[in-house]
Design a protein around this ligand. Structure first.
Ligand code: SF4
Ligand code: SF4
Length: 296
């Protein structure tokens, strides 16, 4: 089984569109949507949810009114200004759950033991069926953090499904950027496919993601999306990639079919006779070859 994570230095590069097509082309695969802050793979894979679970990624504090003596200690010591004072209420202190970072300090120092510090529900995760195989996805609650933990959970569930059903690939739609959720989505993977756009910032993004993949010693591959919008910059990006030991496995052209596919809620390769679908197939064939070479 091989786990391939599709990433990009920032959002809007077409990463999800590429990931959705790889899911179709990989055939015996499970897909994991790890872009938990802005999940949108479901828009083109139309999952039918089979199982829903709460995600309890952290803890949060709440004041038990009957026990609070209004001493104000929690208000004084909360570094995150999450304890709010309102003298028109009884008790005069309450906790803003969006601002609460779940550090637990108030609970430790409350003289009346009036602060409950319990696991909080930060989101939900799902196991679904799609036309192309099983899918694990998640939704982080509004203003919730711990997306790195949720990403790890989604990947673990996808791995378990792949093992149970003896599937050959796990295709991960990773979060954009290079932050904690991206690190959680690539550590231990077999390959990282970087989707870059042909812009100056695209070149910079490539460097950042490539550094990250290099740090974790994960083989990285590149495809430039919409390369024909700026072939010169696309070439520069590819040169940089090669110089950094990243194999260039294809280019994807700009094509209105991509937008049409999104509107219809389908992956691009569901329009097999188009040039952009051919580009996607080339990317997958090259990637598959490289992965099998790496195995030998
Ligand atoms: S520290 Fe405890 S008793 Fe004091 S105001 Fe806060 S919750 Fe109430
Ligand atoms: S748990 Fe930490 S962040 Fe939350 S209210 Fe208490 S002291 Fe503030």
């Amino acid at each position: 089984m091989k786990e391939i994570v599709v990433v990009s230095g920032k959002g809007g590069t077409g990463k999800t569109s590429v990931a959705a097509s790889l899911v179709v082309l990989a055939k015996r695969s499970v897909v994991a949507d790890c872009d938990v802050d802005a999940a949108d793979l479901h828009l083109v894979l139309e999952p039918r949810i089979k199982k829903t679970e709460d995600f309890t990624g952290g803890k949060s504090a709440s004041i038990v009114p009957g026990r609070c003596s209004n001493c104000g200690k929690c208000y004084e010591i909360c570094r995150f200004n999450a304890v709010i004072k309102d003298e028109s209420k009884q008790p005069a202190y309450f906790i803003d759950h969006i601002a609460c970072e779940g550090c637990g300090v108030c609970s430790c120092f409350c003289p009346e033991k009036a602060i409950d510090f319990k696991p909080s529900v930060n989101g939900r995760w799902f196991i679904s069926d799609t036309r192309y195989g099983p899918m694990v996805h998640a939704r982080l609650g509004i203003a919730q953090e711990n997306s790195g933990k949720l990403v790890s959970l989604v990947r673990n569930q996808a791995r378990m499904l792949a093992e149970k059903d003896n599937l050959s690939y796990i295709i991960v739609d990773g979060p954009p950027g290079i932050g904690c959720p991206v690190i959680s989505s690539i550590t231990g993977a077999d390959a990282v496919l970087i989707v870059a756009e042909p812009t100056v910032s695209g070149a910079h993004d490539l460097e950042r993601v490539a550094e990250l993949a290099g740090h974790f010693k994960i083989p990285a591959f590149l495809c430039v999306n919409k390369y024909d919008l700026n072939p010169e910059v696309a070439e520069n990006i590819e040169e940089k990639a090669r110089a950094g030991g990243i194999a260039v496995i294809g280019r994807i052209r700009y094509d209105r079919t991509v937008t049409e596919a999104q509107i219809k809620g389908l992956p691009v390769v569901a329009f097999p006779d188009t040039a952009v679908a051919e580009d996607m197939r080339t990317v997958w064939e090259n990637l598959e070859k490289k992965l099998n070479l790496n195995k030998q």
